[in-house]
Design a binder for this molecule. Structure first.
Ligand code: BG6
Ligand code: MG
Length: 219
């Protein structure tokens, strides 16, 4: 029986990919590196340090860890500043409706995000009250595709993986959900999240009615 839902944040509840892109772009420009939206796509769901490693690899940059950490901190400063502009208008279409619906029906809801800034994003959106638990980049050591973030979220909800549906927009996020034994809903194109149990093009299409219709025997 499904008793809970675990949501990724960036790309599912709100779309912060653009703010991440602009912050990385600013660092890349300052360093004289190549960085474009195609590379940015590869950073979906990937932790901050792993993202920087991907960008550095593209530019054949190899430096020591303290330097990498300094660059990541600079990017983050820029990103956090941009988050001040996020408001309650920035839910992805359909996301707030789904969260409202789930609360009304008494489901438990957790966040499962790789971001260390997740709580700030929830606050900016005014979304904090929708979540019974928050699992984020500060909660666990291994990020997606490891299942740790979702397992942490399920435990906080006092639920087993098989009692939860995970919503994810990243390939590594669906991998993480599957590795943890969760049911999964992919948000986005077939080539990215086609391996989810069920896929929708957008959150607007992923209504509770549609999700329940797909996982019929579990409700
Ligand atoms: C994920 C994003 O939610 O969080 C990634 O999809 C991002 O693009 C990652 O790199 C880490 O975010 P933060 O806020 O800890 O730098
Ligand atoms: Mg995401």
């Amino acid at each position: 029986m499904i008793k809970g839902f675990i949501f990724d944040l960036d790309g599912v509840i709100t779309d912060t990919a653009e703010q991440h892109y602009l912050a990385w772009k600013r660092l890349a420009d300052a360093m004289g590196w190549h960085f474009d939206r195609e590379i940015n796509e590869q950073l979906r769901g990937v932790s901050r340090m792993a993202s920087l490693e991907i960008i550095a690899d593209h530019n054949n940059v190899q430096v020591d860890d303290p330097t990498m950490m300094q660059w990541a901190a600079e990017k983050n400063e820029q990103y956090v500043r941009a988050l001040d502009e996020v408001t309650a208008d920035d839910f992805l279409p359909g996301a707030k409706e789904l969260l409202t619906h789930l609360k009304r029906e008494g489901f438990k809801v957790a966040l499962g995000s790789s971001s260390k800034n997740a709580k700030k994003v929830l606050q900016q959106l005014g979304a904090t009250p929708f979540f019974d638990a928050v699992a984020d980049g500060n909660s666990v050591k291994n990020s997606k595709p490891a299942p740790d973030i979702f397992l942490y979220g399920a435990k906080a909800l006092e639920l087993k993986p098989k009692e939860c549906i995970v919503f994810e927009d990243a390939e590594s996020g669906i991998d993480a959900a599957k590795a943890g034994g969760f049911y999964s809903v992919g948000i986005g194109p077939e080539e990215r999240v086609g391996h989810a149990d069920v896929r929708f093009d957008s959150m607007k299409a992923a209504t509770l009615f549609e999700v329940k219709s797909y996982f019929k025997e579990l409700f």
